[in-house]
Design a protein around this ligand. Structure first.
Ligand code: SF4
Ligand code: SF4
Length: 448
């Protein structure tokens, strides 16, 4: 599972001043300035924003709009690195108060991989968080910064305590994948509050509430099936806690903060070593001859990573963050950002070029949908612009897992059409009150 650090220093790094949801940072440097590793180069301009740091030593070449893996151009600090590894002075904060931790998280530039600034997830304005979850079900993110599973388990428990302290939450849990035996074994060797942890399987209505009482502990590790999708937060929260999150709301509206392994590890490093978030672990997939996981400096162009992979043959397509739900890149000059989790390299032959044909009503997409939607019908409604009807069929519950598109024999771009409709619905119903889900899998008839 150990990752390889990309040793080569890029000829140029591009660090976007916005790598998070919320407002763009204000540049703290100008052309010609010399910067050190870990130096803050962008300052948040509001609470819902997160600082950015240099990942290299070097000279600022420009502050200009540059390609971003989300497909847009974003104001970025372009730096020409030197070979120096000099860093700013890192100062640990072992005894930070909850308020100081929130400030530290924002100033260390820690954000969730889906873009939310972590401090705003833990301390959302006007809401109280009582439970913090670390979603560790995508265990490939574990591959990376930890030497052993034991080190990973120890650091994650410590990070969970820090996240709970920052949020003022009384309970916390780490959720691992039920087939991730290595992690489960590692967690079961850790002691919490004087007792050995016992990983709790989340099955049916046996959710976290049951195990908090059963194990008489405010900290748990639980296991469940992996939930895959771009918009899983509400679904994940209901599965784990039984708390229903209305469409249009997010888990913080029901007192739950969901964080990822990357941000938990970044907080651990910021507190114990004083290091801000300037490098990240990504997964590389394709016909490559390199480690599957790579530790890279934020701002490294994709092309530098690709060059180190010894790709077999001609690259037909580069996709950021997953072939099914990610974004195809038009240039390999785009940089790795805090939101980059995966780079997929496809050969010419692997690029899907089949024309879509008419739906044959096989219902494979319906069987595949983890949240009981009818993708075939939603696709027709989306294509015809019948968004009200699509909304009545709970299109907003789509977690963007892409399974419907994968199984469709007619090659209908179901996910793209559903996304398109949801974008339009999101704009049209911006001011509408959050609505209850009538979806069984999202808790219409259950919940705590
Ligand atoms: S509609 Fe498709 S993309 Fe959306 S949750 Fe169902 S299977 Fe996944
Ligand atoms: S899988 Fe494709 S062809 Fe089959 S019902 Fe769904 S949309 Fe139609």
């Amino acid at each position: 599972m150990e990752s390889k650090r990309l040793k080569k220093i890029p000829e140029k790094v591009t660090i976007p001043l916005k790598q998070h949801q919320g407002t763009i940072c204000e540049a703290l440097v100008k052309k010609g300035d010399q910067v050190l590793i870990g130096q803050k180069i962008g300052k948040s301009t509001s609470y819902y924003s997160s600082d950015v740091h240099s990942s290299v030593c070097g000279e600022v070449l420009a502050i200009e709009e540059a390609p971003h893996p989300n497909g847009n151009k974003v104001l970025s600090v372009i730096i020409e690195p030197t070979d120096s590894m000099e860093t700013v002075d890192f100062v640990s904060s072992e005894h930070a108060s909850p308020e100081e931790l929130i400030t530290l998280i924002q100033e260390a530039g820690i954000v969730e991989h889906y873009g939310a600034p972590t401090h705003a997830v833990l301390k959302p304005e006007g809401k109280n968080i009582d439970t913090v979850l670390i979603n560790s079900t995508s265990s490939e993110w574990i591959g990376g910064k930890y030497k052993t599973p034991k080190e990973y388990a120890d650091q994650m428990i410590d990070a969970l305590k820090l996240l709970m302290k920052a949020a003022g939450a009384s309970k916390g849990a780490i959720i691992v994948r039920k087939d991730d035996k290595e992690s489960i074994e590692a967690f079961e060797g850790v002691e919490v509050n004087g007792k050995a942890l016992k990983v709790a399987p989340l099955v049916g209505k046996r959710r976290l509430g049951h195990y908090f009482k059963d194990q008489d502990s405010n900290i748990l590790v639980a296991s469940q099936e992996r939930i895959y999708g771009k918009k899983i937060l509400n679904f994940f929260t209901y599965n784990v806690t039984g708390r229903k999150v209305k469409i249009g709301n997010d888990p913080t509206d029901v007192g739950v903060a969901v964080c990822g392994v990357k941000s938990a590890k970044a907080l651990y490093d910021a507190v114990h070593e004083g290091r801000p978030y300037y490098e990240t672990v990504i997964t590389i997939e394709g016909k490559i001859d390199c480690p599957e996981y790579m530790l890279v400096r934020i701002g490294t162009p994709f092309k530098d990573i690709i060059e180190s992979c010894n790709f077999e043959g001609e690259i037909g397509k580069i996709v950021a963050n997953g072939v099914i739900t990610g974004v195809a890149q038009y240039t390999d000059e785009v940089p790795v950002t805090k939101g980059t989790t995966r780079i997929s390299l496809l050969t010419e032959e692997e690029v899907l070029r089949d024309e879509a044909i008419a739906c044959i009503h096989c219902a494979r997409c319906v069987d595949a949908c983890p949240v009981s939607l009818v993708p075939s019908r939603l696709t027709v409604l989306a294509d015809q612009g019948r968004f009200d009807e699509a909304r009545q069929m709970h299109i907003e519950n789509c977690i963007e897992c892409g399974r419907c598109a994968v199984v469709c024999p007619s090659k209908i771009p179901t996910l793209q059409l559903i996304r398109y409709a949801n974008d339009a619905i999101g704009k049209a119903y911006e001011d509408a009150a959050p609505k209850e889900s009538s979806n069984l899998k999202l808790g219409c008839c259950g919940g705590e």
